[in-house]
Design a protein around this ligand. Structure first.
Ligand code: ADP
Length: 212
C-alpha cells in the first residue's frame, strides 16, 4: 500500500516548514519535515554525525540513509497512532529532495499534489534564512557561505524533482506573499482533492448546548 502524500516543495527559506506545521494541524493531515527528523537525531549517533557533516556545508545527506530515516519515522508515527495510512495524508517537507529519492519513493507514495513555493528573487530567501538563524539556532543558516551553498544545492539537485512528476500535480504558489495568503492558496487546492475511500471524518466536536 502506498502512503497518500502531498509534497511541499521549494528552496530553503521558501516557507515549507511554516506551511507544513499549520497544515499538519488539520485532522487527517500529518506533517513530516525531513530536516527536523535529522535535527532530532542525537549528534553522537552514526547518522547524526553524518547529518552534521553534510548539512553544515549545505550538502544533501546521502540518499539511502535519508530514505531509511524517512521510512522508520513514518513507521514510528503509524505505530504510535499519530499517522493512519488508511485515512491520513502525509505532508512531505524536504523529501524527496533529488530525482533519485523521487525514484526510490515512487512505489512508496501516492502523490496527490505538489506545491511549488516559488520565489522569483533568491536573495529574498537569503534574508529570511539569516533571520531564522537568529531565532532557531540553526547551524546551516548561520553563515552566508552555507546559505549560498544550500541555494546552489537546491538549484543543482532539488529543482529537477519537479520534472519527475506530471505537470497536472504541480501547483505554483508565490512564496513571497505573507504566510496567511500562501496558506490560502494551498488550502484552495487541498479542499478540491478527493478524500480517501476510508476516512475517519476528522474530529467530531459535540455541541455542549442544543443549537436553535
Ligand atoms: P531547508 O528547508 O531550509 O533547506 P531543511 O531543514 O529541510 O532545510 O534541511 C536541512 C538539511 O538537512 C539540508 O541542507 C540537508 O543537509 C539535510 N536534508 C534534509 N532533507 C534531506 C533529504 N531529503 N535528503 C538529503 N538531505 C536532506
Amino acid at each position: 500500500m502506498k502512503y497518500r502524500a502531498i509534497l511541499l516543495f521549494g528552496a530553503p527559506g521558501a516557507g515549507k516548514g511554516t506551511q507544513g506545521k499549520i497544515l499538519g494541524q488539520i485532522p487527517n493531515f500529518v506533517h513530516f519535515s525531513c530536516g527536523d527528523a535529522f535535527r532530532n537525531l542525537r549528534v553522537d549517533s552514526p547518522l547524526g554525525r553524518v547529518f552534521v557533516e553534510y548539512a553544515s556545508d549545505g550538502r544533501l545527506v546521502p540518499d539511502e540513509p535519508t530514505i531509511e530515516l524517512w521510512k522508520r519515522s513514518i513507521e514510528g508515527l503509524t505505530a504510535t497512532g499519530r499517522f493512519n495510512p488508511e485515512a491520513d495524508t502525509l505532508l512531505l517537507d524536504g523529501i524527496p529532495r533529488n530525482p533519485r529519492q523521487a525514484e526510490i519513493m515512487r512505489d512508496l507514495i501516492d502523490v496527490k499534489a505538489i506545491f511549488n513555493l516559488f520565489c522569483p528573487v533568491l536573495d529574498k530567501l537569503v534574508v529570511r534564512l539569516q533571520r531564522r538563524a537568529l531565532k532557531e539556532n540553526r547551524l546551516d543558516d548561520a553563515n552566508i557561505e552555507t546559505i549560498r551553498s544550500r541555494l546552489e544545492t537546491y538549484k543543482r539537485e532539488t529543482r529537477a524533482v519537479l520534472e519527475c512528476f506530471p505537470d497536472t500535480l504541480i501547483h505554483q504558489i508565490d512564496s513571497t506573499q505573507e504566510p496567511m495568503f500562501v496558506l490560502l492558496d494551498i488550502l484552495k487546492v487541498i479542499a478540491q482533492i478527493p478524500k480517501p475511500a476510508v476516512s475517519d471524518g476528522g474530529t467530531v466536536y459535540l455541541p455542549t448546548t442544543t443549537p436553535r
